[in-house]
Design a protein around this ligand. Structure first.
Ligand code: GLN
Length: 483
């Protein structure tokens, strides 16, 4: 069997027993990138020579922890000294970072091998990876369809076994939604649990880094390597990271799973609704108890998110001004033209739309009506979760109201695109950890279910997710012999 198709856990076992060398894994992954990525376009930058060199160096060491010798990919919004950090944007087309993001440095220290950077919606704004300045990524299950976004390159790459895992970032669902569309696991930890140092900021009160993996167990392994306090990020939580015991199939026994039925009923595709019901039955069969919960304010999440996120983005993206880091216009006669023309040439349409929206909601006269009001409703949404978690251990909801849509289908209708985030943005607004795991397929496309837990409830969340995963028995693309 091609070792690239194995999970991290399986690869690590073979590395430890010396049945595999790090170079075997790197070459297997590079081979798949060479064959499959011309169509998928998930990995616009590949560091083949550097990765092979690193694999050879590691071969002289004794195998280390669970990520030692494992090839991985970074979303191109994370700074890496290798290659460029473009955030899918023309404005950063030639930006080279002088430093590695903390998560990149931690994975390096754990012996993981960085293979390249993955495609994404420009500055992580989008749900389809169609907003990349470098062209769209395709879904490996069906190349006519989007892989989701904004971490669509990371999700497609893991689904097609181009790397053992990838990092993504999640501001309103950008890890979980593409994971669901591509049939892989996507995990967004508690806000502040993983360092954002070296993550190019989109919306600083919502952004979080997390893994996209083939299994929940693999997500645990990556999470344990990247989580924990970092003095370089002032919002990083200074609390110990629990070691996550998981005990497989029995892990759902006795777990109270909250189901927000009123909220979930909104705007669901019929096949996705049927899949969610089947998933709840699988949870019950695996020993869970279902509890009705109400998330009264959750339907306001989309509105609140697109005010808070655009406001923060407008402020964060003001640093890309044509003076430092970025593309600079050839038109500049004076400073105002330098700023305006560099930004107009450098930013794509969706990013410009968000900057305009964000500037509008923060402008004098509208601040109280929109931004301040959104912050108040955000607090109410968080309280709904606090109340719900008094009666249950985790909350289940679909990851997305539909399976992957066709490339181009929603590109002309931003509002329709925003609505697909309905079940993912509440976790970011409330700062909660949430995971998407694949459930089944409809029409040849995977669907996902999400579990949410209280802040810092990672241990409970991942344990329940592993139990549910075992109960669902989803087969990955690579296990189906399809790619
Ligand atoms: N799809 C959402 C948006 O477009 C979420 C993006 C994200 O999580 N980075 O803003």
């Amino acid at each position: 069997m091609n070792p690239a198709l194995l999970t991290i856990e399986e690869q690590a076992r073979l590395l430890r027993s010396r049945e595999l060398a790090p170079l075997d894994l790197v070459d297997a992954a590079l081979g798949r990138i060479a064959t499959l990525d011309p169509q998928l376009h998930a990995v616009p930058q590949v560091f083949a020579a550097e990765a092979r060199e690193r694999a050879k160096q590691l071969a002289n060491e004794t195998p280390g922890g669970p990520l030692w010798g494992i090839p991985w990919l970074a979303k191109d919004v994370l700074t890496t000294r290798l290659g460029r950090t473009t955030c899918g944007s023309r404005i950063l087309e030639n930006f080279r970072s002088p430093y590695d993001a903390t998560v990149v440095a931690r994975l390096e220290a754990a012996g993981a091998i960085l293979l390249g950077k993955t495609n994404m919606d420009e500055f992580a704004m989008g749900s389809s990876t169609e907003n990349s300045a470098w062209g769209p990524t395709r879904n490996p299950w069906n190349p006519e369809c989007v892989p989701g976004g904004s971490s669509g390159g990371s999700a497609a790459a893991v689904a097609a076994d181009l790397a053992s895992f990838a990092l993504g970032t999640d501001t309103g669902g950008s890890i979980r939604q593409p994971a669901a569309f591509c049939g892989v696991v996507g995990f967004k930890p508690t806000y502040g649990r993983v360092s954002r140092y070296g993550l190019v900021a989109f919306a600083s009160s919502l952004d979080q880094v997390g893994p996209l993996t083939k299994t929940v167990r693999d997500a645990v392994l990556v999470y344990e390597a990247i989580a924990g306090h970092d003095a370089h990020d002032s919002t990083s939580l200074d609390k110990p990271v629990d070691r996550l015991a998981t005990d497989g199939p029995a892990a759902l026994r006795g777990v109270r799973v909250g189901v927000p039925r009123d909220f979930v009923a909104q705007g669901m595709d019929a096949a996705a609704a049927a899949d969610f019901d089947a998933t709840l039955r699988a949870a019950v069969a695996a020993g869970a108890t279902l509890v009705d919960v109400r998330l009264e304010r959750a339907p306001a999440s989309i509105a609140v998110y697109y005010i808070v996120a655009t406001a923060e983005a407008a402020a964060n993206l003001s640093r890309f001004d044509g003076v430092r880091y970025t593309h600079r216009t050839a038109q500049a006669g004076d400073l105002a033209t330098l700023f305006a023309a560099s930004r107009t040439e450098g930013f794509g349409a969706e990013v410009q739309r968000r900057i305009l929206l964000g500037t509008y909601v923060l402008s004098s006269g509208y601040y109280d009506a929109y931004y301040l009001r959104a912050q108040k409703v955000r607090t109410l949404i968080r309280r709904d979760f606090e109340r719900a978690f008094a009666t249950c251990d985790v909350i289940a909801m679909p990851t997305s109201p539909t399976p992957a849509f066709r490339i181009g289908e929603r590109a002309a209708d931003p509002l329709q695109m925003y609505l697909s985030d309905v079940f993912t943005v509440p976790a970011n607004l409330a700062g909660l950890p949430a995971i998407s795991i694949p459930t089944s397929t409809v029409g040849g496309l995977p669907l996902g279910v999400q579990l949410y837990a209280p802040p810092l409830g990672e241990a409970r969340l991942l344990q329940a997710a592993e139990g549910l995963e075992a109960g669902l028995g989803f087969q990955r693309l690579g296990q189906r012999g399809a790619v």
